[in-house]
Design a protein around this ligand. Structure first.
Ligand code: NAD
Ligand code: IPM
Ligand code: MN
Length: 358
C-alpha cells in the first residue's frame, strides 16, 4: 500500500523531532511492507523566510492532497516582535482551519517508569489515562472582530470568543464516541458561571448527551478543573473543552506525564486526512542541540498510522517500541528526573527504530 505523507518540520526543534519520526515511519514501512511517500513543505517562520507567507499555497495544497500530515512546531524569537504583521503561528492556525480540523485529540498517559519524572508525587500521577478533546477551529483563536485601535486617547485591543451550537455539538459528539471504548465518562469543561459562550457549550453538551445513554457526563468549571488535574487526575477519562482552555490544560497535564516532550496529538475533521503533531512548541531554548525529546512526535506518527491510514497493528508496534525503550532505561534530558540514561534526540530515535517489530 502506498500512502502520501506530508512532513512540515517548521521551526526550532521541529526539524529534529520530525526527522526521527520519519525514520520511525520508514522502519514501519520496511517491517510491515508498506510504501510511504514523503514530501517536505514549509510552514511557520521557515515559510515566512522562504515564501513570505507562514502557510504558502503550495503547502496547503500538498496537505490537502496527502493522506496525512506530520508537523513539528512553529514559532521562535526571530519572528516574535509583537509589531509583526505576519507570525509563524498564523500558518498553523490557517492549516487547522483550512483542513477543517475541529477536534484535537491529546492523550495523556503516565508511563509507570516515568511516574518519578513528574515533579508531582508519584502516587498522584500513577495510572493517569486522560483523553483531552480540544475544540480547534473556533473560540478566541478565530472569533471576529479582532482589532487594535485608538479610542478616547487609549489603545484598545479586542479578541472575540464565539461559538455556534453546531461547532460545539460536533466536537462534543466526538468526545462521547471516543469515551465509549474507554471508561465511559466525559467531563465537559467550561466557564459557564461567567461566559455566555460557555453557557451555550454546557447546554449543547447536555443535549448531545441524550444520544449517549451509556456514557456519564459531568460539567466542570475550568478553574477548578485545573486544580483537579493536579489533585485527582485519575478521576478523569475524557475531557472535552473549547480551544483556549484545552491549550492551557494540556500543557498543565504534560506535567503529570513527566515532560511536555512526551505528548502527541491528532487534529481531525470529518475527512480522513489529519494533522499530527506533538503538543509542545519549537522549544527555542534547546533547539539545534540534538537534545529534544522526539517521543511526542513519534507517538503522533503512531496516531497518524491509526487515525488517517487505518494501520492499527502498525500504530501499536510504534507505541510498544516507545514503551520498551523507556522500560529499558533510555531517556532524553527532559525525562532524566526518573533516572536512566540521557540520550540525544537521534540516539533515542535509533533505539525506538531498533525496537519496532511485528
Ligand atoms: P515550548 O513548548 O516550545 O517550550 C516550553 C518548555 O518545554 C521549554 O523549556 C522547552 O525546552 C521544553 N520542551 C518543549 N518541547 C520539548 C521537547 N520535545 N523535549 C524537551 N523539552 C521540550 O513553549 P514556549 O517556549 O512557550 O514557545 C516557544 C515557541 O513555540 C513560541 O513561538 C510558540 O508560539 C511556539 N509554539 C508552537 C506550537 C506548535 O507549533 N504547535 C506549540 C506551542 C508553542
Ligand atoms: C499548540 C500551540 C498553538 C495553539 C499555537 C502555536 C498557535 O500552543 O498547538 O498547542 O495555541 O494551538
Ligand atoms: Mn499549546
Amino acid at each position: 500500500m502506498t500512502k502520501k505523507i506530508v512532513l512540515l518540520p517548521g521551526d526550532g526543534v521541529g526539524p529534529e523531532v520530525v526527522r526521527e519520526s520519519r525514520a520511525v515511519l520508514e522502519q514501519v514501512g520496511r517491517t510491515f511492507g508498506h510504501t510511504f511517500e514523503f514530501s517536505e513543505h514549509a510552514i511557520g517562520g521557515a515559510a515566512i523566510d522562504s515564501h513570505d507567507d507562514p502557510l504558502p499555497k503550495s503547502t496547503l495544497d500538498a496537505c490537502q492532497a496527502a493522506d496525512a500530515v506530520l508537523l513539528g512546531a512553529v514559532g521562535g524569537p526571530k519572528w516574535d516582535d509583537p509589531k509583526r504583521k505576519v507570525r509563524p503561528e498564523q500558518g498553523l492556525l490557517a492549516l487547522r482551519r483550512g483542513l477543517g480540523l475541529y477536534a484535537n485529540l491529546r492523550p495523556v498517559r503516565v508511563h509507570p517508569k516515568l511516574a518519578s519524572a513528574s515533579p508531582l508525587k508519584a502516587d498522584k500521577v500513577e495510572g493517569v489515562d486522560i483523553l483531552f478533546v480540544r475544540e480547534l477551529t473556533g473560540g478566541l483563536y478565530f472569533g471576529q472582530p479582532r482589532l487594535r485601535e485608538q479610542r478616547d486617547g487609549k489603545v484598545r485591543a479586542v479578541d472575540t470568543l464565539e461559538y455556534t451550537d453546531e461547532e460545539v455539538r460536533r466536537v462534543v459528539r466526538l468526545a462521547f464516541r471516543l469515551a465509549g471504548p474507554r471508561r465511559k465518562r466525559v467531563t465537559s469543561v467550561d466557564k459557564a458561571n461567567v461566559l455566555e459562550s460557555s453557557r451555550l457549550w454546557r447546554e449543547t453538551a447536555t443535549e448531545v448527551h441524550k444520544e449517549f445513554a451509556d456514557i456519564a457526563l459531568e460539567h466542570q468549571l475550568v478553574d477548578s478543573c485545573a486544580m483537579r488535574l493536579i489533585t485527582a487526575a485519575r478521576s478523569f477519562d475524557v475531557i472535552v473543552t473549547e480551544n483556549m482552555f484545552g491549550d492551557i490544560l494540556t500543557d498543565e497535564a504534560a506535567v503529570l506525564a513527566g515532560s511536555l516532550g512526551l505528548l502527541p496529538s491528532a487534529s481531525l475533521g470529518d475527512g480522513t486526512n489529519g494533522v499530527y503533531e506533538p503538543i509542545h512548541g519549537s522549544a527555542p531554548d534547546i533547539a539545534g542541540k540534538d537534545i529534544a525529546n522526539p517521543t511526542g512526535t513519534i507517538l503522533s506518527a503512531a496516531m497518524l498510522l491509526r487515525h488517517s491510514l487505518g494501520l492499527t497493528a502498525e500504530a501499536e508496534a510504534v507505541e510498544r517500541a516507545v514503551d520498551d525503550v523507556i522500560n529499558s532505561g533510555a531517556r532524553t534530558a527532559d525525562m532524566a528526573g526518573a533516572g536512566g540514561e540521557a540520550l540525544s534526540t537521534s540516539a533515542f530515535g535509533q533505539r525506538v527504530i531498533a525496537a519496532i517489530r511485528k
